[in-house]
Unconditional design. Structure first.
Length: 156
């Protein structure tokens, strides 16, 4: 996971231990993708305790060899189906303005579901004082999700 995130080039690299804890404590909202014996994708997310109707997607990483093949969108769809069960009404993620791949991913996700997508500044760059050239993070919010999410995505 950590290597995949590091190789993405635009995600914050946390410790391997932090990723292991995230997957252990939030295993229902983390997904790994494999092609044969190769680890090609990872998504981590959680449901904020103060707002359990939200699924916050923390990071999505796809191996360079698998980019453009729909891996990220497939993992995102699977994640929302798994976490939803009618209990998740919105998907949120923070994205920097230069992370165009993530902006396209979540815009496409919203379009596929026919739901609204909004964004606003959440963490201005000044809050990352001392962190090497960290951009502002914008909060993207998609939803409300249809109650028939799995049906709208061809899953029975």
């Amino acid at each position: 996971m950590t290597g995949l995130i590091r190789d993405s080039g635009n995600l914050d690299v946390n410790s391997h231990y932090a990723h292991l804890l995230l997957c252990h404590h939030f295993h229902g909202t983390c997904i790994a993708a494999e092609r044969g014996s190769d680890f090609i994708g990872f998504v981590s997310a959680y449901r904020p305790p103060e707002d359990p109707g939200v699924l916050f997607v923390w990071q999505i990483a796809v191996a360079s060899s698998a980019r453009g093949a729909g891996v990220a969108g497939g993992m995102l769809d699977q994640l929302v189906r798994r976490a939803s069960g009618g209990r998740v009404h919105f998907v949120e993620a923070t994205i920097t303005a230069t992370n165009t791949a993530s902006i396209r991913l979540f815009t496409s996700f919203s379009r596929r579901l026919g739901v609204a997508i909004t964004h606003r500044r959440l963490f201005p760059a000044e809050l990352f004082h001392g962190v090497e050239q960290h951009e502002s993070e914008d909060l993207y919010r998609m939803g409300p999700l249809p109650s028939t999410f799995s049906e709208r995505n061809g899953v029975s």
